[in-house]
Design a protein around this ligand. Structure first.
Ligand code: 5GP
Length: 198
């Protein structure tokens, strides 16, 4: 592996996009994987930028053809990471950032043991509810489903290498920056670079 793979998971409304965005202002080595999903496009989202929006048939075909590095179901919809762009970015020595949920994160760790798993969440679940309602993109029913899912996800945070408490976005972004730097120094990545010729 020439570049590193960093997974950032966290419940809906945790502020992953904001924190990753702030962190990317200081770094030029990041490659953001664009997932495929069967969910509907939200206002302001762009095809190919936020997601590749596909039908369930197209998604199933990608799974069957082995085109996804990982995939999972999340609140009635399917999500997956296209494998080829990740492999190409790693080959170029970039740090691949995957914003994916917990089942997908476990699949990545199994396939790529040198990946770094980060769980990002505010300390209190009540803060998530406040942010989801403020965002206004979900129906009240979806908000409560997402909160139930969030509570389950937070319980699985102990499977991650790092936990970032996003109570303040700037602090969270500088912690993410530090972890990404550490991810690039992992022995699995660096050992092969050592030159023992005298
Ligand atoms: P949203 O619908 O809010 O954009 O995303 C819902 C959840 O799906 C989030 O937790 C997000 O991290 C996760 N997600 C997005 N893309 C992928 C993916 O490619 N694979 C997996 N496993 N989860 C994803």
């Amino acid at each position: 592996m020439k570049g590193s793979v960093v997974v950032v998971s966290g419940p809906s409304g945790a502020g992953k996009t904001t924190v990753i965005g702030l962190c990317s202002q200081h770094r030029s080595d990041l490659y953001f994987s664009v997932s495929v999903t069967t969910r509907e496009k939200r206002p302001g989202e762009e095809e190919g930028v936020d997601y590749h929006f596909v039908t369930q048939e197209e998604f199933d075909r990608m799974v069957d053809e082995g085109l996804l590095l990982e995939h999972a179901g999340y609140v009635n919809h399917s999500y997956g990471t296209p494998a080829a762009p990740v492999a190409a970015a790693v080959e170029r020595g970039l740090t691949v950032v995957l914003d994916i949920e917990v089942q997908g994160a476990a699949q990545i760790k199994q396939k790529l043991p040198d990946s770094t798993l980060i769980f990002l969440t505010p300390t209190h679940l009540s803060e998530l509810e406040r942010r989801l309602i403020k965002r206004g993109t979900e129906t009240p029913e979806t908000v409560s489903r997402r909160l139930e899912t969030a509570a389950k996800e937070i319980k699985q945070a102990d499977r991650y290498d790092y936990i970032i408490l996003n109570d303040d976005a700037d602090t969270a972004a500088s912690e993410l920056d530090a972890i990404i730097t550490a991810s690039r120094c992992r022995t699995g990545l660096r050992y092969g670079m050592l030159d023992t010729n005298i």
